[in-house]
Design a protein around this ligand. Structure first.
Ligand code: FES
Length: 217
């Protein structure tokens, strides 16, 4: 698939594959920051091809991520979103009105390791790590953290919006009801080997979570 053809919507009669949509969405990654004035995106694709090919761990310096910022790294040939969530964003994740909008608010589906099966879907509430692949057909959802009455959807609370078919996720990667995506965004194996480093692709000591065991990625 060429870049030019990837920017043309697929014909309705053609049944796209998840792989097609991943390519389609990859072409759009660089535009995400346009919607994020307060929450700028920093594309930080890891250049180590050998690490990528081996799906080995990737270290990220989280001390450089300001509250409200997201960076994107590549792990196991997939984008991984790392977000520093400010307190107000965390507070919004727990309100009953917000939880009522979600398909799986308590993350009961196996889309994350046990150590991220909690209200924030993370080890440290302020630091979020998600595999950025829509659970519908594999597009890369857009980081759209600002609440808005109109954009990208009515009464938008902030989160991730998938432009392919309109699936919506909150700032914990939990999917909204009434959208095509069936599951929350997956959480990768990760841990913090020290205070300033997040390591994607490796579990905390004592955990044996297998990313291949998640229901959908
Ligand atoms: Fe269809 Fe995301 S791929 S909504």
């Amino acid at each position: 698939m060429t870049l030019a053809s990837s920017q043309t919507p697929a014909p309705a009669a053609a049944e796209p594959t998840r792989r097609d949509f991943l390519y389609l969405a990859t072409a759009a990654v660089g535009t995400v920051g346009a919607a994020a004035t307060l929450w700028p995106l920093i594309d930080q694709m890891n250049p180590d091809a050998a690490t990528e090919a081996a799906a080995g761990p990737v270290d990220i310096d989280i001390s450089q991520i300001q509250p409200g910022q997201q960076i994107v790294v590549l792990w196991s040939a997939r984008p991984v979103f790392i977000v520093n969530r400010p307190k107000e964003a965390l507070d919004a994740l727990r309100t009953p009105a917000h939880l009522a909008l979600l398909s799986d608010p308590n993350s009961t589906a196996h889309q994350q390791p046990d150590y991220a099966t909690n209200w924030s879907r993370s080890i440290k509430p302020e630091i979020l790590a998600l595999v950025g692949v829509c659970t519908h057909l594999g597009c890369i959802p857009k980081f759209w953290p600002q609440p808005s009455p109109t954009e990208p959807a009515a009464n938008w609370p902030g989160g991730y919006f998938c432009p392919c078919h309109g699936s919506k996720y909150d700032l914990a990667g939990r999917v909204f009801v009434g959208v095509p995506a069936p599951y929350n965004l997956p959480v990768p194996p990760y841990h913090f080997p020290n205070d300033k480093t997040l390591r994607v692709g490796e579990n905390p000591p004592g955990s044996n979570f297998d990313f291949g065991s998640v229901l959908q990625v």
